[in-house]
Design a protein. Sequence first.
Length: 351
Amino acid sequence: MEKTKFAAVSDAATEKCVIEEAGRILKEGGLVAFPTETVYGLGGDALCKESSKKIYAAKGRPSDNPLIVHICKWEDIYKITSEIPPEAEKLAKAFWPGPLTMILKKSDVVPPETTGGLMTVAVRMPEHKIALALIEAGGGYVAAPSANTSGRPSPTTAEHVKEDLDGKIDMILDGGSVGIGLESTIVDLTEGVPTILRPGYITQEMLESALKTDVKIDRTLLDADCGQAPKAPGMKYRHYAPSGALTIVSGEHKKVTETIARLAGEKAQAGEKVGVICTDETKALYQADCIESVGARKDEEAIARHLYAILRRFDDEHVTCIYSEAFSDKGIGQAIMNRLLKAAGHHVLYV
Ligand code: AMP
Ligand code: MG
């Protein structure tokens, strides 16, 4: 790879010619990073095994960690799947385009390189103008994991993508900051009761109300020590980890802030560079090298939107030790706490 082309997609005129060029790159087997409503994705032709291999190489991603195939219209789903259960149609009607990925039985046109060797395929239709136009221009089937180096937080701006993948991919489309900030909800529809393999913006309650049936949550999400392998292969890796050691402090509000303030002071004394993840309401209570508020505690959408950029900032500042307040695990809070717990390697201090 010689140079990564960086293209801002700001107005309709530039958009048309940039998307055409990016679509051509995908059709020729190249890689293009693009914004979606969840996080930035690293796109390649999902039906071409060489493109999928390039995605794994650029990200440094283990090849048994399957990719999500992105489509831009419902009819396109038939070519890549061998069975569409009625739940898939109901969920697509309710949530597509949007931050929901469905696991379905794959057809023979999807190469095993794209699905990490699995007989199932993950499919999503994103809700983002640039993403949808690119998928269409690129031939209709775009494999796109998050556009980060494996092990770093998912990118929520084009700058984050550049930090990780400059010189390793053909093009980056800059569509500004993303709206949601956490990866899509993944629901498995291949075995009996629909099962959430990764929590996201679309919650269990939302899925249950669209389907009018029960939806399960994969046991490994609720109990990290249950000894069972997660059904979504990606969930077994310690993703999204900042380089500093992250501890979540959970418990009664006042005790949490007092504990973090005390520990931050002790670590600073011991020569560590300390970061704190807090909220607008508690920011003034701490003293540390790097204090980052995720927003107002009640504004869970803001917490989701800001979390990954904050983890990246701590890496940039070479913070060695991080304390985070725990957040509510209701609704989208479940996705927030899932990502935070993974970043912390499930290191929680209960006070
Ligand atoms: P990313 O796009 O980087 O968020 O990663 C996609 C994630 O989707 C992977 O890490 C897997 O955990 C999950 N996934 C993709 N395809 C499948 C599949 N066929 N079965 C179960 N999980 C999948
Ligand atoms: Mg990812």
